[in-house]
Design a protein around this ligand. Sequence first.
Ligand SMILES: Cc1cc2nc3c(=O)[nH]c(=O)nc-3n(C[C@H](O)[C@H](O)[C@H](O)COP(=O)(O)OP(=O)(O)OC[C@H]3O[C@@H](n4cnc5c(N)ncnc54)[C@H](O)[C@@H]3O)c2cc1C
Length: 357
Amino acid sequence: MTYDVIIAGASFAGLAVAAQLHGKRVLLLDRKPIGAGQTSACGTLVSTLETLGLQASIRQIHKQLVLHTPNRTFVYPVANDPFCTFDYAHLCRLLRAQGDAEFIQTPALRLDRHGVQTAQGAFAGEIVVDASGWRAALGGNGRPDLIREDRLNFGLETSADYQDEGLHFWYDPVGLPSPGIAWAFPARDHTRVGVGSYRGETRLKGDLDHLLDDMNVRSDGFHGGYFPHALRAPLADDVFLVGDAAGQCLALTGEGIRPALFFGAHLGVLLRRLLDGELDRQAAQQQYRQLVERRRWGYEVLCLMQRTLPRLPLPLLQGLMALGAQPLVLNQFMRAYVQAFRLDAPGRTPAALVANA
Ligand SMILES: Cc1cc2nc3c(=O)[nH]c(=O)nc-3n(C[C@H](O)[C@H](O)[C@H](O)COP(=O)(O)OP(=O)(O)OC[C@H]3O[C@@H](n4cnc5c(N)ncnc54)[C@H](O)[C@@H]3O)c2cc1C
C-alpha cells in the first residue's frame, strides 16, 4: 500500500504534523517507542500547550526567569506569558491521540525509488516528512552541507532531587564551558539541571558534576544531545523538513519545542490541503518555504546574539541584562518572542491556524 504521508521521527515535530492529518493514511516511524526518548528540559510557554490542547502534560508553571551571573542576579517577571515544564511522555501521548497515524518502531535509513527504506523494509508514500531531529535522517542523506557541525550546540542534562520556582539560567565566563550556559528547570518533584555549549563541545560531564556539587544536590542519569542554532533549508528535494531536522531550534535560548510544534502543526495543515486537492505540491512547498522565511530575520538576530554576547566584557553584558529587565524592554521583547510562534487557534481547526501564520 502507498501511504499518503510518511513521517520519520515521532517527537514534537513529527507528532504535530500527524495530529493535523486525522483520517489520512499516515505512517509514523521512530527508532524508539513514542515518548521514550526525552532529550530536553521540556520547558516551553504555557500558551503553546494550551492552544494545542496539551496542557494536561504540564508539571509546573513558572512566572519568572532568573539569570545568575558571577556577582549579580537578574529576575525577569513573565506572568503575562508564563512558561512551564511538562512531562515528555505524557505530551507525546496526548499529541499522538489527536491523530490516527499507524506507528512502526524502526529507524528510517534513506529514501530511494522504492520509498523510505527502514530496518523493516521499504514503505512507499506520496509525501515524505523528515522530523528525525538534528541528524535529518532522510533529508540529510548525502548532503553534508545540510548538517553542518559548526551550526550545532550541545547540551547535557540530568534530573536533580530538589524543588524550586522559576526557570533559572547561569552565565559565568570562567566557571562554565565557554561559550556556554547552564540551566535549572524545576518540574514539581524534581529539577532538570543542564549545561550547554554554544560551540558544540560534548565533553560537559565534568562541568555538570561541578555545578551539581555547587548546588549540593544528587542527580539521576544523564541525557542530552545536539540542537541546531541555524535555520536549514525547509525542503530537501521533495522531502519536507521540520523541527530540528530543519534547524528550527532557536539560537541563544536553545528553545526548539515551540518552533517544532508550530512548524509541525502548520506543515500538517498544508499537507492536508495538498491531499484534499486544495493546493498542488508546488504551492504547498512554496507556502511552507514562505512560512519559514518570514521568521528568518528573528533566527538570524538570535544567532548573532549567541555569537557576540559571550564575547562582551562581563560588566557590559550585565548592563544589557539589567536593561532587559526594565518592564518596557522586557514587555516588548516578550511580545515579539511569543508572537513569532503564536498558534492562534486550537490545533484541530486547520484553516484558522494557517490563516494567521
Ligand atoms: C539537553 C537539552 C535540553 C533542551 N531543553 C529544551 C527546553 O527546555 N525547551 C525547548 O524548547 N527546547 C529544548 N531543547 C531543544 C529541543 O529538545 C529540540 O529543539 C526539540 O526536541 C526538537 O524537536 P524535534 O521533534 O524536531 O526533534 P527531536 O525531539 O530530536 O525528535 C526526533 C525524533 O526522531 C527520532 N529519530 C531519530 N533518528 C531517526 C531515524 N533514523 N528514524 C526514525 N526516527 C528517528 C528520534 O528517536 C526522536 O523521537 C533542548 C535540547 C537539549 C539537547
